[in-house]
Design a protein around this ligand. Structure first.
Ligand code: NAD
Length: 492
């Protein structure tokens, strides 16, 4: 306990007493890191920043703990509890570390510059500039896939950023309060209280579960007159939800959703969205296709990732990337194919793994080790060169210098022997509502699948331990307690 208290105290002390700002060192390489998500922040956390002049560029000046984002849509967790400012993350780093709140619009690998822009309200306009790099890490993530389906962008809410969760929270209450207004027609009440989620991946499933909890535990009690009209429908094109989980957990999720009265519509592909209805094509049990329409009050679109324009633009400039479709193809050291000094991590990189936070985090950790080693290698090579040069100048010390050269060479061989990136899958977790979760966990080289209330406790403790900082952990615990004791805040 004492150790724990001392650790927390040290962390808080370090956070409150930043390292002094250092000017860029012209003898060091400039490492530009794009993004402040799982990949980039994992890299920055472990990178020995004293070896480089580090420049971090991202339009989002905080790290977001995305696994708990669905809980923000209903107020189970307040959004600031899962945000960690990038300035706080960077202030304990040594050496020259700069952060610019800006978005990268293009990368020129020939001139080795990133074009960035900042569209600030207080400036009253857009400003654009170039940032040169010696080494570049692209960790910009992905955007929401809409597959060009008409009406999706204009009418849906997404669930990727904090603003999306806030918008959903507002819209849920808007639908509820509008439905509860005086003299509404029954059809309009049904439409407004129909919450439609498209995409049965983990994002869609977790959100549907959170939404039903919110309704059962809070809205129903506060506004009982609409309680039998609220409905959640989850639409999925494939024959089942959570395709990346085991069959047993898919069945468990589907039966839990049935108990929770969440309507799952599998083999149903959305084709068009209007401002009040979703139009889809469903394959019936006889294999026949039929058109189905779902009038909705709130529509949440969670059908996975698409490539960001800045990444697509770079792919177009590198001939070796012409066959890559889902992002920047990288080699086993995460170097972007067709380049020497650009690395890509996380959802914008294609390294043969699913686009998850876990993969991005491990890729960031790997790059930090790689860059720390590269800097040490350069230092040792320089030392060996200097020592070899001084052998002729100080012949009396030859034995001593030779021994030092030998030691340095041994150290160099050890450092240079970096194994390629290898992803180690720790498992997948998903919350499915009514205090139940599913877990597919790798355990002592075996697989362990579980679902239920105990798994829910495991899910909570796993996510709590993964939170970025002690501050985040305390805030999340506080939010869980608060919503359990007093209910969620339904103000808009
Ligand atoms: P996803 O890609 O996992 O799932 C999207 C689903 O949408 C697919 O099953 C697809 O069949 C369906 N779909 C696509 N177009 C459709 C249409 N027109 N009509 C109906 N259905 C359609 O997306 P996600 O859930 O956003 O997850 C993205 C990535 O992040 C995945 O790799 C996922 O594993 C990971 N993730 C993991 C967790 C977790 O482990 N708890 C949570 C969130 C995300």
């Amino acid at each position: 306990l004492l150790g724990g208290v001392a650790y927390v105290g040290y962390e808080i002390y370090q956070d409150r007493n930043p390292e002094p700002q250092v000017k860029p060192d012209p003898s060091k390489k400039t490492l530009v890191v794009l993004g402040t998500g799982w990949g980039s922040v994992s890299l920055l956390k472990r990178l020995d920043t004293e070896n480089y002049n580090v420049v971090v560029i991202s339009p989002r000046n905080y790290f977001l703990f995305t696994p708990l984002l669905p809980s923000c849509t209903t107020g189970t967790i307040e959004h600031r509890s899962i945000m960690e400012p990038i300035r706080t993350i960077l202030r304990s780093k040594r050496g020259h570390v700069k952060y610019y709140e800006a978005e990268a619009s293009s990368i020129d690998p020939e001139r080795k510059v990133v074009r960035v822009f900042d569209n600030s309200e207080v400036r009253g306009g857009m400003i654009e500039t170039e940032v040169p790099y010696d080494m570049l890490v692209i960790g910009v993530g992905a955007e929401n896939a809409t597959f060009g389906i008409p009406g999706v962008r204009e009418n849906s809410c997404f669930l990727k950023e904090i603003g999306d969760a806030q918008l959903i929270r507002k819209k849920i209450m808007d639908c509820v309060e509008t439905a509860a207004f005086k003299d509404q027609s029954p059809e309009e009440i049904d439409r407004l209280l129909h919450m439609v989620v498209v995409g049965g991946g983990p994002t869609g499933v977790e959100f549907a579960g959170e939404l039903q909890d919110f309704f059962e535990e809070d809205i129903k009690k506060l506004i009982p007159d609409i309680s039998d009209r609220f409905r959640v429908t989850l639409i999925e094109a494939l024959p089942n939800v959570l395709p990346s989980f085991s069959k047993q957990l898919i069945e468990y999720t589907e039966s839990t959703f049935k108990e929770e009265k969440i309507d799952i519509r599998t083999k149903t592909m959305v084709k068009k969205v209007t401002d009040k209805a979703v139009e889809a094509e469903a394959v019936g049990p006889d294999g026949k296709k039929e058109k189905v329409t779902f009038p909705y009050g709130l529509l949440v679109w969670a059908t996975g990732n698409a490539v960001r324009p800045v990444v697509r633009d770079l792919m177009g400039r590198i001939p070796a990337q012409k066959d890559s479709r889902r992002g920047l193809a990288v080699n086993e050291y995460l170097v972007v194919q067709g380049t020497r000094d650009i690395w890509a991590i996380g959802d914008c990189a294609v390294a043969g793994y699913a686009p998850t936070a876990q993969v991005a985090g491990q890729e960031g950790n790997f790059l930090a080790r790689l860059f720390n080693n590269m800097a040490k290698t350069e230092m040792l090579e320089e030392k060996i060169r200097d020592l070899s040069g001084s052998l002729n100048l100080k012949p009396g010390n030859a034995a001593e210098i030779s021994k030092e050269i030998e030691d340095s060479e041994r150290q160099l061989r050890r450092i240079k022997d970096i194994k390629p990136f290898h992803y180690s899958h720790q498992g997948s977790l998903a919350y499915i509502g009514s205090e139940k979760a599913v877990a597919d966990v790798s355990w002592f080289n075996g697989n362990f699948a579980s679902g239920g209330s105990l798994t829910f406790l495991f899910w909570r403790s796993a996510y709590l331990s993964m939170c970025f900082s002690t501050r985040n952990r305390l805030l999340v615990i506080n939010d869980w307690l608060k919503s359990k004791l007093f209910g969620r805040d339904v103000s808009r």
